[in-house]
Design a protein around this ligand. Structure first.
Ligand code: NAD
Ligand code: 6OD
Length: 486
């Protein structure tokens, strides 16, 4: 059986302990590879390699040479894009229709984008009056932090990993990545690409394994890791923050969400339906930006619910490798149990199940996959658990509203604050509601439309800090102000 190994100091290596665990295809439930199970000893080796690369070969290169390396990595991903695509589809069960458009192209684009951005960053300077007619010149330089710990989730494995690794390296650091235990393969393939691109050994390291008490926790606690960049669940973020506290490590957190979509009666109906189908069901609802709470102005409510349900029923659920498939499985049986528990909780709380609510009847090898049906509920009170807690599955609840103030209050009544989608033709209202929404990102008449320069991140329990453009480069570096009396 295929073995997925760590990538440490430019070499594919087994765990010091020799322990492994299974890699399961969520579309079939079948194990297809074993994964090295890293612990503190493997993290020590990876951090040591990264520290040596940072103190030597990586920092010895000029900035232009380092950024050229990143461009070669982007080319390397593109040259092997079919291999990356198949690996991502097998690890996650995501359909080709999504992964080929989103995950893999963004993996390459992240490297090119941050290489270009870092090439064009400018230093700031100030002239300060000193009262003696001569003044002082203050200039600000930026410096890498050293070794960065990168901890990633399973929902967009290559996209989110490269979204962190590319700016960290562009700012001059070296990295140790702990991918999700569910999705190890593309992180490892990327090691081969780094090697082929001639990037010095130790600049990019990968240690596989679990979080609590194992590789993930060891990375957060390692004294030579200067900062942790993490995307995942809010609860995990709290654990990581505690682990980072003793060394006052910098943290950047992209966490959970319970995102609202608000549809006003004046909307372009077809656009709102198309957008909401995407924002609820893309990647089987496993995008942190997905809308799990949909609010529809009452005059449009019945028509919207009926049309969205009919479109959800048309989604083709099944084989990720079939070009026509719209929705693959959830990431694992364990996650399916969690989503099915939410389905049960919704019906217990009195939801009307407009469509879905169960497991699709798939035949052959997909019988063992962790599939659920695209699901839509109505009729729940706003304090129902499934309206409060992130489900991370292909499901939404649709609530009617009458007044703008009322819908803003419902949209903001959550501990999360990642994003929102507004659907309206009234741009004055769009600006007003966008201003009132408590979230880091608001899309108007669109969803997941990305400009990599824009700050990305959440408020409240959806995260700390911003990624994107210079915000990423600033997180992965520290400024130094030099004041020269003239
Ligand atoms: P998770 O928090 O369970 O795991 C994420 C990573 O953290 C994994 O690599 C895991 O091994 C590691 N980990 C777990 N416990 C750890 C610990 N104590 N110390 C160190 N590492 C630890 O999240 P997940 O289930 O992989 O991903 C789904 C979650 O991620 C959802 O809540 C989703 O909203 C969130 N997410 C947020 C964003 C965003 O941009 N805000 C993007 C994607 C996913
Ligand atoms: O597009 C991105 O850069 C990004 N960070 C997306 C996050 C999606 C969450 O699942």
């Amino acid at each position: 059986m295929k073995k997925v190994k760590h990538f440490i100091d430019g070499e594919m290596t087994a765990s010091v302990s020799k322990e492994t665990f299974p890699n399961v295809n969520p579309a079939t439930g079948k194990e297809f590879a074993t994964i090295a199970r890293g612990d503190a000893a493997d993290i020590d080796a990876a951090v040591d390699a990264a520290r040596r690369a940072f103190q030597g070969p990586w920092s010895d290169l000029s900035k232009a040479e380092r950024l050229d390396c990143l461009v070669r990595v982007a080319h390397g991903i593109r040259a092997r894009s079919e291999e990356f695509l198949k690996a991502e589809m097998k690890d996650t069960g995501k359909p080709r229709s999504f992964a080929a458009k989103v995950d893999i192209p963004r993996g390459a684009a992240n490297f090119e984008f941050f290489a270009r951005l870092a090439r064009n960053t400018e230093h700031t300077s100030f002239h300060t009056e000193t009262g003696d007619g001569r003044g002082a010149l203050q200039y600000v330089t930026r410096h890498p932090l050293g070794v960065i710990g990168v901890i990633c989730p399973w929902n967009l494995p290559l996209l989110l990993l490269t979204w962190k690794v590319a700016p960290a390296l562009a700012a001059g650091n070296c990295v140790v990545v702990k991918p999700s235990e569910e999705t190890p393969t593309t992180a490892t393939l990327l090691g081969e690409v780094f090697k082929d691109a001639g990037v010095p050994d130790g600049v990019y390291n990968v240690v596989h394994g679990f979080g609590p008490g194992e590789a993930g926790e060891a990375l957060t606690k390692h004294p030579d890791v200067a900062a942790i960049t993490f995307t995942g669940e809010t609860h995990t973020g709290s654990r990581i923050m505690e682990a980072c506290a003793p060394h006052i490590k910098k943290v950047s957190f992209e966490l959970g969400g319970k995102n609202p979509a608000i549809v006003f009666a004046d909307t372009d109906f077809d656009a709102a339906i198309d957008g909401t189908i995407r924002s609820v069901f893309s990647n089987t609802g496993q995008v942190c930006l997905c809308s799990e709470r949909v609010y529809v102005e009452r005059p449009l409510f019945d028509r919207f619910v009926e049309t969205l349900a009919s479109r959800a029923q048309d989604l083709k659920v099944g084989d990720p490798f079939d070009d026509d498939t719209d929705m693959g499985p959830l990431i694992s049986q364990a996650h399916r149990e969690k989503v099915l528990a939410a389905f049960a909780s919704a019906t217990d709380a009195g939801a009307e199940v407009v469509t879905g609510g169960g497991v699709p009847d798939l035949s052959g090898k997909f019988k063992g996959g962790s599939f659920v049906e695209p699901t839509i509920w109505t009729g729940l009170p706003e304090d129902a658990a499934v309206i409060k807690d992130e489900i991370f599955g292909p499901v939404c609840h649709i609530q009617p509203f009458d007044e703008e103030e009322e819908v803003l209050a419902m949209a903001n009544d959550t501990r999360y604050g990642l994003c929102a989608a507004l659907w309206t033709r009234d741009l004055q209202r769009a600006h007003r509601v966008a201003a009132g929404i408590e979230a880091g990102l608001v899309w108007v008449n669109s969803w997941f439309l990305r400009d990599l320069r824009a700050p990305f991140g959440g408020v409240k329990m959806s995260g700390i800090g911003r990624e994107g453009g210079v915000h990423s480069l600033n997180f992965y570096s520290e400024s130094k102000t030099v004041c020269v009396k003239l």
